[in-house]
Design a protein around this ligand. Structure first.
Ligand SMILES: Nc1ncnc2c1ncn2[C@@H]1O[C@H](COP(=O)(O)OP(=O)(O)OP(=O)(O)O)[C@@H](O)[C@H]1O
Ligand SMILES: [Mg+2]
Length: 253
């Protein structure tokens, strides 16, 4: 009897595994078909590099996620990335510093942030060339704005390590007064999360936005999540169409 029960249990496990694999294969097929469909529909050029910047709590992460979902839903392959990417070894050093678990020289931290972007460049290029648009939560602009807000750092020194990174096809700047930003959620215990520091960061961003070689679009982040999303999606669709047949540029070169 017990052998018979064991056989039944084994059979049940086998059937459930078969159904899991069948489901997995089906999902993969649907995914591949989606990419093929979007390629045939849109000539399959390279993807666009879309960056969202702004002060803390401006809504960058919220909008990045919504944008990726909307792009995929409209048949445009897209993926989200964020900087710092805390999953790499360099990212873990940055994370410990931001959480105030370690202390580092300001110069060291700045170079680590930049190295964290450079280490992901091969993966970014590979995805862009496969036609996947990348929606990036903070990029070199945050790196430069934050370090240059510290005393004794010139904008030029801060920009240097990031010269030559893949150039964004679109930089969406979510503009929000630091006082309004601080009301969106309490600033946490991480470094840099004070209104005074954020005010200086904002001035540095304003300086960077004067660069006409980049496609900056300033968005009023005080609007509702849905209103912002609609605006961001429109800008992004235009950038994707423009980027399709252009080579990937080099930042600040
Ligand atoms: N347009 C909006 N109006 C009101 N609240 C918003 C809006 N967008 C986002 N929020 C809320 O503000 C908070 C911060 O949003 P989010 O995490 O997206 O900002 P962020 O710019 O990524 O912040 P951080 O710089 O800390 O990563 C969240 O609680 C979010 O729900
Ligand atoms: Mg965020």
């Amino acid at each position: 009897m017990s052998t018979w029960l064991k056989k039944c249990a084994g059979l049940k496990l086998f059937t459930s595994r078969c159904s899991y694999f069948a489901q997995h294969i089906k999902q993969q097929a649907v995914h591949q078909a989606g990419i093929l469909l979007s390629c045939s529909k849109m000539s399959c050029g390279r993807g666009a590099l879309i960056v969202l910047e702004g002060v803390d709590k401006a809504g960058k992460t919220t909008q990045c996620k919504k944008l990726v979902q909307a792009l995929i839903a409209s048949g445009r392959p897209a993926e989200m990335m964020r900087f710092p990417d805390r999953t790499t070894k360099i990212g873990q050093l940055i994370s410990a510093y931001l959480e105030k678990k370690s202390n580092l020289e300001d110069q060291t931290v700045h170079l680590l942030f930049s190295a964290n972007r450079w280490e992901l460049v091969p993966e970014m290029r590979e995805k862009l060339e496969r036609g996947i648009s990348l929606v990036v939560d903070r990029y070199a602009f945050s790196g430069v704005a934050f370090t240059s807000a510290k005393p004794g750092f010139s904008l030029e020194w801060c920009m240097n390590p990031d010269v030559g990174l893949p150039k964004p096809d679109l930089v969406l700047f979510l503009q929000l007064h630091p006082t309004a930003a601080s009301q969106r959620g309490q600033f946490g215990a991480e470094r840099y999360e004070t209104s005074d520091f954020q005010r200086v960061v904002m001035q540095r961003f304003e300086h960077l936005m004067k660069d006409p070689s980049l496609n900056w679009q300033v968005i009023d982040a005080a609007k509702s999540i849905e209103e912002l999303h609609a605006e961001i999606k429109t800008h992004s669709e235009t950038a994707i169409a423009m980027a399709e047949n252009q080579p990937i540029g080099e930042l600040w070169k």
